[in-house]
Design a protein around this ligand. Structure first.
Ligand SMILES: C[S@@+](CC[C@H](N)C(=O)[O-])C[C@H]1O[C@@H](n2cnc3c(N)ncnc32)[C@H](O)[C@@H]1O
Length: 175
């Protein structure tokens, strides 16, 4: 099954944390998502990801400035299931099988404060342990569970460099 996974980051910090946003982008790209929506970020974040695409391939998109309400509305209109990650949700191990059957998904991760409407408007509220931790870690685990490990075998088209995995050292070739 050809899956389409998009990620939405909801909620701002008082001081914008571009390092966290960059890591959310990198994890989304590496683990099989096609795009991430960020409400607000420095252009540096999009620049970094454009460089990563140029060097390592693929066409992962960073979409800035879309209000979360609009992204949720569009997801519903195109039949995309909304999976919100929250420590208050149902454990991922109880939902993984169901999530693996979804073709189009919007995974929503929060910042420090997530509006109540996100909980009510999501099709699934899912937790990765019922303990507080990081949105980056939660996202990685849910993307992995949702794709049953298939995302680890993915190749990225049109890269400039490609890694030859090796037990020791670094082997990189130009493509
Ligand atoms: C700093 S946490 C804020 C915690 C927030 N009170 C909550 O609802 O989970 C930022 C984001 O990390 C994610 N997160 C944190 N702990 C999680 C967990 N145990 N399971 C799933 N997602 C989690 C959620 O997306 C959350 O919005």
């Amino acid at each position: 099954m050809e899956r389409s996974i998009r990620v939405l980051r909801v909620g701002q910090r008082y001081v914008r944390d571009d390092r966290t946003l960059t890591h959310l982008c990198l994890v989304s790209r590496a683990l099989g998502a096609e795009a991430i929506y960020l409400e607000d970020a420095e252009k540096d974040v999009t620049g970094t990801l454009a460089d990563v695409n140029r060097t390592w391939g693929g066409d992962f998109q960073v979409i800035l400035g879309s209000p979360w309400r609009k992204v949720l509305k569009e997801a519903r209109e195109e039949g995309r299931a909304v999976v919100h990650l929250t420590m208050y949700g149902i454990p991922i191990q109880e939902k993984a099988a169901e999530l693996r059957n979804l073709e189009k998904v919007l995974v929503v991760v929060g910042g420090p404060k997530v509006p109540g409407r996100v909980y009510h408007e999501s099709d699934f509220n899912v937790s990765v342990t019922s303990q507080p931790h990081s949105e980056i870690a939660a996202l990685a685990i849910v993307l992995h569970e949702m794709q049953g490990g298939e995302e680890l075998k993915r190749t990225f088209q049109k890269s400039r460099l490609r890694i030859l995995p090796s037990a020791r050292g670094k082997r990189v070739v130009e493509t």
